[in-house]
Design a protein around this ligand. Sequence first.
Ligand SMILES: *Cc1c(COP(=O)(O)O)cnc(C)c1O
Length: 306
Amino acid sequence: MEYLLPSSKIITEEINLNKFGITGYSLFIRREDLIHPFVSGNKFRKLKYNLIEAKEQKYNTLLTFGGAFSNHIAAVAAAGKELNLKTIGIIRGEELISKISENATLSFARKCGMHLQFVTREVYRLKDTSKYKNHLKEQFDDFYLIREGGTNALAVKGCEEILPKGNSFDYICVPVGTGGTMAGLVKASNESQKVLGFSALKGSFQTSEIQKYTSKTNFEITDSYCFGGYGKIDMDLVRFINEFKEKTNIPLDPVYTGKMLYGIMDLLKKGHFKENSRIFAIHTGGLQGVDGMNQKLKKKNLPIIK
Ligand SMILES: *Cc1c(COP(=O)(O)O)cnc(C)c1O
């Protein structure tokens, strides 16, 4: 299974903060995005032990759920292809069935061999009920089920491996969706470190999700940099993502990592971090979503992510 995570590719880069007019801190970026060109770094981390489990239990099919631009759908499709497992994606939104070829995520998933089933939003909302799961079992025979977003105990275990052993960082920063990735980082951190989560959506409901997996309390989540909600962006964020790439050569995605780095830079400028601290930020990937976002921006005649 290790070949899914070619760890030699994952490097840690130091960012030259002078270029951003900031001094007195060190910022490092963990390039989990380099795990795979099309697949989110953290989604592979979350899948790793689930895939081992599915193989051990002799399943030959993975079934999961997601929206039209889901990094998780892309990751499951790619992993299934790599491991010779069939994959089924239950996709939110019936109208998308006629738009697969214009949607980069869905066409990638289909190219990997994923069977896509489009359901209405009403049906999609039932996805965690046993009634709907039984219905799916009748339709597709047996499968290994992975929740939307992929968070479970095995996913958290995989995410613990993101943090290099014996590191000496003061802060560990990570974008947050469900909180599964952050839970792994909190578990792997030591209590003198602070894990800072930048929520990609409004609210901080993820705290209780994280507490399901760890009793440690050395973490904090902010939604101050969610730009109004999940998948929402503005021109300031697009400008920042392009500036960041120009200055560092590191591409960011607009849903997760762009918002986190925007937040880190803002907090640095505001003096939020302890002086001389060493900050470690996880680039969780998500770059496959850039095309979809640019399509929307182009339709509105707005500047795109370069
Ligand atoms: C899904 C995702 C996240 C959020 O991960 P959670 O474990 O759900 O919090 C962060 N970054 C990227 C790029 C993602 O695809």
